[in-house]
Structures are given as structure tokens and as C-alpha cells.
Design a protein around this ligand. Structure first.
Ligand code: SF4
Length: 399
């Protein structure tokens, strides 16, 4: 598939920052939502065309309840047309929670001295993978904090151990990773291990808010290094990437547009958009000391997720412990066994657009037959790694 990316205020070049906050706010502040425009844009999305920044801004500016409902229904219809009712599960497996960073909202932050730190040994990793295979899981995402312990070689090792672990007829077909941004050489090392999707969330695309929550003297404090991580991954040959934002840190409308801007950047530079885009949402917890004015309520959360119809060729993910009833029902039907084993479950729903094969390129993904809806629940390793997170904020998906 050949993408036709927009020309934006900061020209797209590989490894160069591309976010202009002024441009994003101009779209939000100067775009009006009318019924005619909304209908036109819904139809464009139903025809499986990616929306422009301006069209996305029309959707995020829509407040009329009837029109919002039409947008949601359009998104449901798009999902039905592409994915039907098929569901695929994947499970996050937390390998370690050592972290040199100090993200204000995260229980794994280095200043949280009450956090017990754990890295699974190979034996523990194998036991966890076997338990997941017993649950019938076929796809995992391995998650790591940011620490010298979790070098590219170590990550590659854990990926290989996971693939090699087979119990009975069980096996893991696809190992995705969620790890700190690497340099090009590091990305080459993890690619060699045969990873599926490399996932990293920007958390917030607003540079000022980013600096507020990610202290500048930490590794994660470098906004641009994180922003260009996917460019380095592409340079290393990893064309299967997952973007994400953490709703609740900043204005959700800005974040949605910024993530579409990121999608545009990848398409412009590499002719490959993200494989997934994710929407975790921060919620109140003991010890959480952040400004709550940007928190997103359930209705807005659902609406914001559905406005991501702007990128119909991406799998969309929501991470939330209070997903709406319709999704919960689908999830519980397919995850009976894991639900019983996890008291800290997280639900991730990914709307897939195409084949789940780890070897498909985005070009083929975009034109391949529609396939799946993905749902994942946290598993026993989440409990292992997080078992002593009694104080401060709830642990979240690291890095
Ligand atoms: S969000 Fe990730 S990088 Fe930040 S403190 Fe938590 S584990 Fe570390």
C-alpha cells in the first residue's frame, strides 16, 4: 500500500522531531464541527481511508450528543466490517520492574523506595510462560522497566527463552516487547531474536507536560529521543511498531491529533504506519500526585478511542480496568481461565485490521483480509513483579 501523507508544518525527515504544538492547537481551535462535515468524515473512514489532521480535529471537536453517537456507531460499523466478532488474546508478561526513571505517575519510579524490585530468572520466566500456555495463550508482550539490567542482549535472550518454552501442545507464536527506546544497534539485536511488535508509548506528546512528568535528568526525560524511537527501529529493520499515549496527562484532543501526526510521520518517512496505537488511561490511586484536570471519564474515553477511526489501518488498543460492559462480556468469555489467576487484571482491546502474522509488513497488512480483535489480560507474572506495590501509585505498563 502506498500512503499519501500530509505535508505538515515541520517537514517529515527520519530521526528529526516533527511535533508542532502550535499546529495541533491551530487545528483544534480553528476547526468547526457541523453535521455535514461529520457525516462526510464518517463515510470517508468507513471507506477505509485514513483521515487528515483537520478531519480528525472535526471529530474531536464534536460535542453534539447525537453526532457523537453517530461517530461511535460509525466506528462500531467500521470495526464490524473489518473484524467481525473475532477475538484474539495476548498477555502482558512483566519480566522486570527495575527502572532508572522517575515518571511521576508510576509506582515503578526510582524514587519509590517501597517498591520491591524483581527480575524473573530464566526458570521463573519459563514457569510463567508455561502457565500462560496452560491458559491457551499464544501471543505475549514482554515488558521491562528501563535499566542497565535490561540490555538489548538480555531482552533478546528472554524473547528466545519464551519462544523455546513449550509445554505439551502449548507454544508462544508471537512475542511482542514493550521496552525502553534503544539505539539502532540495540534494535538490530532485538529484531534478530524474532520479536513481533515493538511497542513504546510517548505517554504525552506535549513537550512541557512531558518534562513535568519525566524529570529532565533521567533517561526518559529526553522527549525527542523517545519521539524518534520508531525511526531508529525502522532503520534497524523493525517495521512493526506500536504507538501509545497515556490519557489523563494532558488534553485528550491534543493527544489524539498528535498520535495521528506521528502516524503521518512514519508513513511519510518509511511508508509504514504503526501496527497498533494504544490508549491506556491513568486513574486515581493512592499516592498519585498529578494534576487530575486532564483525567478522562468513561464516556469521553470511549468517544476518544472511537475517534481514532482516523487511522483505520492501525490496530487500536484501550487499556483500562473498567472497560464497558459490551467489551467485558466478550473478554470474560474468552479469558475465563486467566481471570481466575489474576487479581490485578488489565484489559487491553486491540482492533486488528489484518493478519496477525508477525512477518507481515504494514504494506501487506493494510491490504490483507481483515482478521481479528485482540483482547489481553494481565497474568501471573504481573502479580509476581508487582506483588509488593502496596504503596504509592499503581504500577503501570513500564516504559
Ligand atoms: S513508566 Fe516506565 S520508565 Fe517510567 S518509571 Fe514506570 S517503568 Fe520506569
Amino acid at each position: 500500500m502506498q500512503f499519501h501523507p500530509e505535508k505538515c508544518r515541520i517537514p517529515d525527515e527520519p530521526n528529526r522531531p516533527f511535533i508542532s504544538s502550535e499546529e495541533i492547537w491551530d487545528y483544534i481551535n480553528n476547526t468547526k464541527s457541523t453535521p455535514e462535515r461529520v457525516h462526510e468524515i464518517i463515510q470517508k473512514s468507513l471507506d477505509k481511508n485514513r483521515l487528515t489532521m483537520e478531519e480528525t480535529a472535526v471529530l474531536v471537536n464534536t460535542t453534539d450528543p447525537a453526532l457523537v453517537e453517530e461517530i461511535k456507531e460509525g466506528a462500531r460499523e467500521l470495526k464490524r466490517r473489518i473484524y467481525g466478532n473475532r477475538i484474539v488474546l495476548f498477555a502482558p508478561l512483566y519480566v522486570g520492574n527495575y527502572c532508572v526513571n522517575n515518571c511521576v505517575y508510576c509506582g515503578f519510579r526510582s524514587s519509590n523506595k517501597e517498591q520491591v524490585r524483581t527480575t524473573l530468572t530464566d526458570e521463573e520466566l519459563i514457569r510463567n510462560v508455561e502457565a500462560l500456555e496452560d491458559d491457551g495463550q499464544k501471543r505475549l508482550i514482554l515488558v521491562y522497566g528501563e535499566s542497565p539490567k535490561y540490555s538489548p542482549e538480555y531482552i533478546a535472550h528472554t524473547v528466545k527463552v519464551t519462544y523455546a518454552t513449550k509445554k505439551g501442545k502449548g507454544s508462544i507464536r508471537r512475542v511482542n516487547i514493550n521496552a525502553a527506546p534503544l539505539d539502532v544497534e540495540g534494535f538490530r539485536v532485538v529484531k534478530e531474536a524474532g520479536i513481533g511488535t515493538y511497542q513504546i508509548f510517548q505517554e504525552t506528546y506535549c513537550p512541557e507536560i512531558y518534562n513535568e512528568y519525566h524529570p529532565i535528568n533521567t533517561k526518559k526525560g529526553d522527549y525527542n529521543y523517545r519521539l524518534t524511537a520508531m525511526d531508529r527501529a525502522q532503520e534497524a529493520g523493525i517495521d512493526d511498531n506500536g504507538l501509545g499515549i497515556l490519557f489523563g496527562l494532558y488534553d485528550w484532543r491534543y493527544e489524539v491529533l498528535a498520535m495521528i501526526r506521528h502516524t503521518n510521520h512514519l508513513e511519510a518517512c518509511f511508508n509504514v504506519g504503526p501496527h497498533t496505537i494504544s490508549f491506556p488511561r491513568i486513574k486515581d490511586a493512592s499516592g498519585l500526585n498529578i494534576d487530575k484536570k486532564y483525567f478522562v471519564d468513561d464516556d469521553t474515553f470511549e468517544t476518544a478511542s472511537r475517534k481514532s477511526t482516523a487511522a483505520p489501518t492501525c490496530r487500536l488498543a484501550t487499556t483500562n480496568t473498567t472497560t464497558r460492559k459490551r467489551k467485558r462480556t466478550a473478554t470474560s468469555r474468552r479469558t475465563k481461565t486467566c481471570t481466575a489467576s489474576s487479581s490485578r487484571s488489565v484489559t487491553i482491546v486491540l482492533w486488528a485490521t489484518s493478519s496477525t502474522s508477525s512477518s507481515t509488513t504494514t504494506s501487506s497488512r493494510a491490504s490483507a483480509p481483515p482478521a481479528t480483535v485482540w483482547v489481553a489480560r494481565a497474568n501471573t507474572s504481573w502479580n509476581s513483579v508487582c506483588r509488593a506495590s502496596s504503596s504509592a501509585t499503581a504500577p503501570r505498563m513500564p516504559s
